[in-house]
Design a protein around this ligand. Structure first.
Ligand code: XUL
Ligand code: CO
Length: 435
């Protein structure tokens, strides 16, 4: 059964922009060198286990639409089959990374100990698959939001027993990530927030969340995990309000608990959108604050207001995201994860391949545009020209000065600002030449 799932779909290859083969890369050419680095190493694509293999096609109004050979997902045998087929897809796509939540890869047991045994068995299996295959682990994470025990949060749960259960759960997921040589460990606090302030002690919950994250960092050092710990901001959904609202909020939280040098961010395009930001805003904010880690490259529907997790398809938007990533020096341990799912009518295995091929091509095309903008340098020059005034010694002295000195000079008419154009339209026109 497993060998037949993707039928006769062969490994996808680069055929160039003129090819009319829908199952070929038109822009993603992993070996092509841009700015001194292979495209594969710039983009560092990753497939998300949960959406591609664990999600069954449900929505708030309807049950599963997908019928996969590894359903139902409640046995170890089916979990192994799911892993085998996942690696077949990784072989077809040739992307370098994948990632998982514990709950995506193993069946839930009757109790913690059984879930743990299931998890260990599947990690053994994945380790075996990895020994002869290309795909590596970008990150592991714990699903501490689906099961009813997490309904009031994990680290921010009012019940200390749940806090302890979360500690135990994250330990197992960090151990597994370490064992599989994961490049990062992610924490997305889907239920770390509140439904109503009427029953919530926010100060206490934030302190618990800070303490929890400190323990995660301590454990990382204790086991010698070399990867990066990443927080994933999202303003709301599933809870009414999530504490990791956006990049700036996360940075303030990290600073309060002294973790800004230890933890970085995994930014998701759709989450930026929910927070009322553009994706490049979140990337530029994280870069400015020194906490840019990794990205989840999936978009929301611009009208529905939900986190629809669609594969990316707007090159201009994605190009600006990569422009800011490149300006920040590119990824180190991070990458481009498709935290994206098919539409629930996309039933065929080929849809799964086509979705990823298209998304990889959109990102590759956007990367090429971003590289071209950097090589052209007009944008950078315009930016530098705008701040040119700060090059003088006199301007630098302002930063070391005081309010009274400037008052005296402005009062004496020595300083009289002359407003200048921000040239926004000209810069937008310039970007349009590249995308
Ligand atoms: C949810 C989301 C998660 C995280 C990992 O919106 O993005 O899938 O990426 O827990
Ligand atoms: Co995500």
């Amino acid at each position: 059964m497993s060998t037949e799932f993707f039928g006769d779909i062969k490994a996808i290859t680069y055929e160039g922009p003129d090819s009319d083969n829908p199952l070929a890369f038109h822009h993603y050419d992993p070996e092509r060198v841009l700015l001194g680095k292979r495209m594969e190493d710039h983009l560092r694509f990753s497939v998300a286990w949960w959406h591609s293999f664990a999600w069954e096609g449900t929505d708030p109004f309807g049950g599963p639409t997908f019928q996969r050979p590894w359903h139902p997902q409640d046995t170890l045998q089916n979990a192994r089959l799911k892993a085998d087929i996942a690696f077949q897809m990784f072989d077809i796509l040739g992307q370098p990374f994948f990632c998982w939540h514990d709950a995506d890869i193993r069946p839930e047991g009757a109790d913690f100990a059984e879930s743990y045994r299931n998890f260990q068995a599947i990690i053994d299996h994945i380790q075996g698959l990895m020994s002869s295959r290309k795909a590596r682990l970008l990150w592991g994470t714990a699903n501490m939001f689906s099961h009813r025990r997490w309904m009031a949060g994990a680290a921010t749960n009012p019940d200390p027993d749940v806090f302890a259960y979360a500690m135990a759960t994250v330990k197992t997921c960090m151990d597994a990530t370490h064992r599989l040589h994961g490049q990062n460990y992610v924490l997305w606090g889907g239920r770390e927030g509140y439904e109503t302030l009427l029953n919530t002690d926010m100060a206490q919950e934030l302190d618990h969340m800070g303490r929890f994250l400190s323990m995660v960092v301590d454990y990382k050092h204790k086991i010698g995990f070399q990867g990066t710990i990443l927080l994933e901001p999202k303003p709301q959904e599933p809870t009414k309000h999530q504490y990791d609202f956006d990049a700036a909020t996360c940075f303030g939280f990290l600073q309060k608990y002294g973790l800004e040098g230890e933890v970085k961010l995994n930014l998701e395009q759709g989450h930026a959108f929910l927070a009322g930001h553009s994706f490049e805003h979140e990337i530029a904010t994280a870069a400015a604050l020194g906490v840019l880690g990794s990205i989840d490259m999936n978009r929301n529907d611009t009208q529905s207001g939900w986190d629809t997790d669609q594969f990316p398809n707007a090159v201009p938007e994605v190009a600006l995201a990569y422009y800011h990533i490149l300006r920040a020096g590119g990824f180190t341990t991070g990458g481009t994860n498709f935290d994206a799912k098919l539409r629930r009518q996309s039933l065929d295995p080929e849809d799964l391949i086509a979705a990823h091929v298209g998304a990889m091509d959109v990102c590759a095309r956007a990367l090429k545009a971003a590289v071209a903008m950097i090589e052209d340098a007009t944008l950078q020059e315009a930016l530098e020209a705008r701040y040119q005034g700060w090059q003088s010694a006199e301007a630098q002295a302002l930063l070391a000065g005081n309010l009274e000195d400037s008052f005296a000079r402005v009062m004496a008419g020595e300083i009289a600002p002359q407003p200048r154009s921000g040239r926004q339209e000209r810069l937008e026109n310039l970007v349009n030449r590249f995308v």
